[in-house]
Design a protein around this ligand. Structure first.
Ligand SMILES: [Fe+2]
Length: 190
């Protein structure tokens, strides 16, 4: 954030682009039909909703971030988990599933967007910071929600985008995570 002209962080979550409101409903229904864990669990709908909010905030302020990919990542990156703790293959399963849903026409992305989303899902548990800004924003949105786990703090050195590293942004995301807010409840509530 510019220290000479600090901009307050808006309280309300950014709106979902209108066309994606209608795209997300069937996507979330498909996720619901096959998700093996608790809908409101550690890696469940509340987490996806906050990752979406984080991602949309980053996309709105950072050039070069693809909003459609950030939205897809939020909904799908943990959707194929079989275990809330150890499940190292869940990202790879999510990438395969994303490809299938795209082939079915449920997930409209161009070739580049699909490739970015697949890669973001497949590799999101990696420790490094990706080079592509869109994947960076996807991962940042996920990592900013870690404080939903009691005693866990955001590790700024794991974040890639400049806005995500801003202390005020981290503090606001931490507050949302630790109080387990549910943005976009019209889509994600059970
Ligand atoms: Fe996640």
């Amino acid at each position: 954030m510019n220290e000479m002209n600090p901009q307050p962080i808006p309280t309300l979550p950014p709106p979902i682009p209108t066309e994606w409101e209608s795209i997300l409903r069937p996507c979330i229904e498909r996720v619901r039909s096959q998700y093996r864990l608790k809908w409101n669990g550690l890696h469940g709908a509340g987490h996806w909703a906050r990752v979406l909010e984080n991602g949309l905030r980053l996309a709105a302020s950072t050039p070069g971030i693809r909003t459609d990919v950030v939205i897809g990542f939020a909904v799908f990156h943990d959707s194929c988990r079989w275990d809330d703790l150890e499940d190292p293959r869940h990202g790879a399963r999510a990438a395969l599933w994303v490809r299938r849903l795209h082939a079915e026409g449920i997930l409209p992305l161009d070739r580049e967007g699909l490739a970015l989303l697949e890669k973001a899902c497949r590799t999101h548990t990696g420790g490094r910071i990706p080079e592509a800004p869109t994947i960076m924003a996807c991962w940042d949105g996920d990592r900013l929600d870690l404080p939903r786990i009691a005693g866990v703090e955001v590790r700024v050195e794991w974040l890639g985008t400049a806005l995500a590293r801003d202390p005020d942004f981290v503090q606001a995301a931490t507050a949302r995570a630790s109080s387990r807010t549910l943005p976009y409840g019209h889509l994600f509530s059970h």
